[in-house]
Design a protein around this ligand. Structure first.
Ligand SMILES: Cc1ncc(COP(=O)(O)O)c(C=O)c1O
Length: 371
């Protein structure tokens, strides 16, 4: 019988997963997406425009953007044929999972972590094995091994530094995981520049390791959507089958080219974020009732003494947007705050101090709403 239900035929596993969507809040101070508070340098933007202007817009970009791959290979210290360029690192993560995950494949995913992993894997039919972090939000290698090797997983996803906790996994621990887990390990290094460490040195010895990185954070290019993947050449050629042709547009490729050629120009912004991270962490930790989890990334996870949703709203009404992560596993009392400029962080700190003081038991709006 004919049905007009637009959802009939949509896979049930797709209907089951919650959409990954961000409400489009407008705010003067944006500390909700772990972006770089310092924009792409203005003179380098001009250089991108200069190069892009003379390129033919009527032509497709390169099928395989070889010159950018070569630049990225030198930049990362890996072989060109082991590099894949994507429309953001999320696209590459999706392509890798499309190649590795079949209906019923078990995929180990830390909890809590970046929600996109679970979303893509679930749509592909994976059985998700959540790997809980410690109560202090650190990776626990024994838990990782029981959620991967022990659970018969085919794929393990790890994020270091981990969003939203800021915690990391050392190369020694990762090596132990790679020794004992026989499947593929997808390591998302989106924030590695803020940590200053990478697992790249393990790629040669462990060709089941896949590293993804992005230009969206330290390189200040979130709006242009460029990411890259580093892996064994044979694996890269399989993963490239799952990505759409011409996936990265000519403009973004040009910007990536300019960014890589001028990589040293991005250091001062990274240094400024790191300096502010130290200060912001100390100041947040000094607010009564707030617990700050140590972070190696450009954001902090904080546990707050009152309902985080109320604090989120208090800050938002003052033009400060942070991330309410209270619906994530283990984070019902938590918020995530990106490190901004010094001025932005000052505004955040004073608004947060005031809001917590007001809502704490004993404060003017206390008791009733505290959790
Ligand atoms: C852990 C992690 N990976 C990847 C991304 C997104 O990367 P891209 O912009 O390259 O798709 C984010 C963005 O917030 C992230 O937190």
């Amino acid at each position: 019988m004919k049905t007009n239900d637009p959802l009939s035929g949509v896979k049930s596993r797709v209907l089951k997963v919650p959409a990954y969507s961000l409400h489009a809040y407008e705010a003067e101070i944006k500390l909700n997406q772990n972006e770089n508070p310092f924009d792409f340098p203005a003179d380098l933007k001009e250089e991108v425009f200069r190069r892009f202007r003379v390129r033919e817009w009527s032509r497709y970009p390169d099928f395989v953007p070889d010159s950018v791959r070569k630049l990225l290979a030198d930049f990362a210290g890996w072989r060109k044929d082991g590099v894949l360029v994507g429309n953001g690192s999320n696209e590459l993560l999706q392509a890798a999972l499309m190649v590795l995950v079949d209906n019923g494949t078990k995929v180990g995913i830390p909890a809590p972590t970046f929600t996109v992993y679970g979303l893509i894997a679930s749509i592909l039919g994976a059985e998700i094995i959540p790997i809980p972090l410690d109560p202090d939000m650190r990776y626990n290698v024994d838990e990782i091994l029981s959620g991967s090797a022990g659970a018969g997983a085919g794929v393990l996803i790890l994020n270091t530094p981990n969003n939203p906790t800021g915690s990391v996994i050392s190369n020694d621990d990762l090596k132990r995981v790679l020794e004992e887990f026989p499947g593929h390990v997808l390591l998302d290094e989106a924030y590695f520049e803020f940590w200053g460490h990478t697992a790249l040195e393990l790629l040669e010895e462990y060709p089941r390791l896949i590293i993804t990185r992005t230009f969206s954070k330290a390189m200040g290019m979130a709006g242009l959507r460029v990411g890259y993947l580093l892996a064994d050449e044979a694996l890269v050629s399989e993963i490239s089958k799952a990505k759409l042709p011409y996936n990265v547009n000519q403009f973004s490729l040009t910007a990536a080219e300019v960014a890589v050629e001028n990589r040293e120009r991005f250091r001062p912004a990274i240094e400024a974020v790191l300096k502010e991270r130290g200060r912001l962490g100390r100041e947040l930790g000094g607010i009564p009732g707030i617990k700050v989890y140590p972070s190696e990334a450009n954001f902090f996870l904080i546990e707050v003494p009152v309902d985080p949703r109320l604090l989120f709203g208090d800050l938002y009404r003052q033009g400060i947007l942070i991330r309410d992560v209270s619906s994530y596993p283990m984070l019902s009392k938590c918020l995530r705050i990106s490190v901004g400029t010094r001025g932005e962080n000052d505004r955040l700190l004073s608004a947060l101090r005031a809001a917590v003081g007001r809502r704490m038991p004993g404060g003017p709006e206390g008791a009733r709403e505290s959790i």
